[in-house]
Design a protein around this ligand. Structure first.
Ligand SMILES: *[C@@H]1O[C@H](CO)[C@@H](O)[C@H](O)[C@H]1NC(C)=O
Ligand SMILES: *[C@@H]1O[C@H](CO)[C@@H](O)[C@H](O)[C@H]1NC(C)=O
Ligand SMILES: *[C@@H]1O[C@H](CO)[C@@H](O)[C@H](O)[C@H]1NC(C)=O
Length: 500
């Protein structure tokens, strides 16, 4: 138990160091990581529909979305692209701005236009669950599958009769995501069609008895081939490839028109290195994405809310909890609440870039989570801001005349610098023991920590901490641990989309 805490502390310390904050999605993640350089090639020019998450690694809602987003990526594998852009990375800021990203996470669905040209981009404002994301993305996959009926089957077959065609015979009236994605892979290579079992003449023409059945007409006077393999995308693509190669996606990077030729004299020795570097050059020649004028990100994302007593305790009221800033506001935000929350979110946003700030939460006053705290601290105003440090047993109240950003900022600065008077917390407020709170942390909470960081810090001596660093680390560990432990209940996706 003690170990877990230390690991979390060290992880938080490392991630607080400038330059070491990695993106949310690791190398093994099913989520495609895209940056300003690769965006156009991987997303903008793809024939497939994509969903793109614009995020910042420090943003709590982004961390909360991560498991659902990765699950969606798994379910959409081969059907659509699930990508993420780290907007905290300076290199991507212009891209994020040009996409109109104003808060995190922002999800956008990028859908190629059928006639070509710039794709359409729409905000995804649905539920942030894997099931909801999958449904919406699947609904946005372009349909290039031609429906064949008895009436037009002859015309269909004779049209471009030298090019390959494939017909999926199905007993369904709908077009599956899988066949749509296959049609996109083979755009202008193989015409993909589907015919329903009701089309008696067509069925008879091909002697179809079972559904679904996929028939490939390689074109010209070549014999039709019936597919009898697994109904999986990879296998089907491989089968169809006998009649024509699928479009490479992403399109291969254009090589430089003229590659520097190494002189023949010293070629033998440097051969392997020169071929390596030339392939690296080819990789590097990516087109700079065409961007519209950058948009300034003007509004900060809202601060997270605490809605349950358990969460309040876990975040801010255990014996290990360091400084939290809590904004008690009525659940229907009045002018004061709006002003206070705006100031806090602006501050959180501002500080997110540089120094670490305390975790800041909105707590609805009506919430039972807030009741005992409000009562025992005798907080009587409509809106109250407090800073509380359960570990050290102190709290402070914001006494400013209004909740302007300047006022709230100077109060927070004073807390950071440990200036001013701290009030002693009343007895009995911090009731949770170390063991209990540690036990609440699920194993994932710590295993999700980056392995490099955990390894280097398994003993107490490993971290010679200054008091400030200790404080900062403990604070960071709080937020890291709790965000990771938040359950994300997720209903199973009802429909399987990897079926024909
Ligand atoms: C292809 O179509 C042309 C005319 O539309 C026809 O003359 C030819 O026989 C057709 N070939 C096959 C293999 O059906
Ligand atoms: C997109 O489809 C066109 C055919 O319409 C094809 O030429 C092109 O290579 C495809 N692009 C990608 C990236 O797959
Ligand atoms: C907020 O209060 C400060 C004094 O604490 C004052 O200088 C400032 O003008 C006030 N701002 C607003 C918007 O009332």
């Amino acid at each position: 138990m003690h170990h877990q805490t230390l690991c979390a502390v060290a992880v938080a310390l490392l991630s607080a160091l400038p330059g070491t904050q990695a993106g949310l999605y690791g190398k093994k993640s099913p989520v495609l990581q895209v940056d300003a350089k690769s965006y156009d090639r991987l997303i903008g020019k793809s024939n497939h529909t994509s969903i793109v998450e614009f995020y910042a690694p420090w943003c709590g809602h982004c961390k909360n979305l991560q498991p659902a987003y990765e699950k969606a990526a798994q379910k959409l594998q081969g059907l659509a692209k699930v990508a993420a852009v780290d907007c905290d990375d300076d290199a991507n800021k212009q891209l994020c701005g040009s996409m109109g990203v104003k808060g995190f996470p922002t999800l956008k669905i990028v859908r190629p236009r059928k006639g070509g040209g710039k794709p359409t981009v729409e905000d995804y404002n649905g539920q942030r669950t894997a099931a909801a994301i999958v449904e919406t993305v699947v609904g946005s996959i372009n349909n290039h599958v031609k429906k064949v009926t008895d009436k037009d089957v002859d015309a269909f077959l004779s049209e471009n009769n030298e090019t390959a065609k494939a017909i999926l015979f199905t007993d369904k009236g709908t077009t599956s995501a899988l066949i749509k994605s296959i049609a996109i892979d083979f755009l202008d290579v193989i015409t993909i069609a589907q015919a329903r079992n009701k089309e008696a003449k067509t069925i008879e023409l091909f002697g179809i008895k079972n559904y679904p059945t996929l028939v490939l007409l390689p074109g010209g006077d070549k014999e039709a081939v019936v597919y009898d393999g697994e109904l999986k995308k990879d296998a089907i693509v491989k089968f169809l490839s006998q009649a024509g190669e699928p479009n490479p996606d992403p399109a291969p990077a254009k090589e430089k028109a003229k590659k520097a030729k190494s002189s023949s004299a010293s070629k033998a020795k440097s051969k392997s290195t020169s071929s390596e570097s030339s392939s690296a050059t080819a990789e590097a020649v990516e087109e700079v994405p065409t961007q519209e004028a950058p948009v300034i990100i003007e509004s900060a994302p809202p601060i997270p809310a605490i809605n349950t007593p358990e969460k309040l305790v876990k975040e801010c009221l255990t014996e290990k909890s360091s400084t939290c800033v809590l904004a008690f506001v009525p659940s229907t935000h009045g002018e004061k609440a709006k002003e206070a929350l705006t100031s806090l979110s602006e501050l959180a946003w501002k500080y997110a870039k540089g120094h670490r700030l305390f975790p800041i939460y909105e707590v609805a006053k009506e919430n039972e989570a807030a009741a005992s705290l409000i009562k025992s601290l005798d907080l009587t105003n409509e809106v109250e801001l407090i800073a509380i440090n359960a570990r050290r047993g102190w709290w402070r109240r914001y006494e400013g005349a209004n909740f302007s950003q300047a006022g709230v900022e100077s109060w927070i600065d004073a807390i950071r610098l440990s200036e001013g008077v701290k009030n002693k917390l009343p007895e009995g407020l911090i009731a949770i023991s170390l063991e209990e709170s540690a036990a609440e942390a699920t194993p994932e909470a710590t295993s999700e920590a980056t392995p490099e960081a955990t390894e280097s810090s398994t003993s107490e001596e490993a971290a010679p901490l200054t008091p400030e660093a200790d404080e900062a680390a403990a604070e960071a560990s709080d937020s890291t641990a709790t965000e990771a432990t938040e359950p994300t209940p997720e209903p199973e996706t009802a429909a399987a989309h990897d079926e024909l």
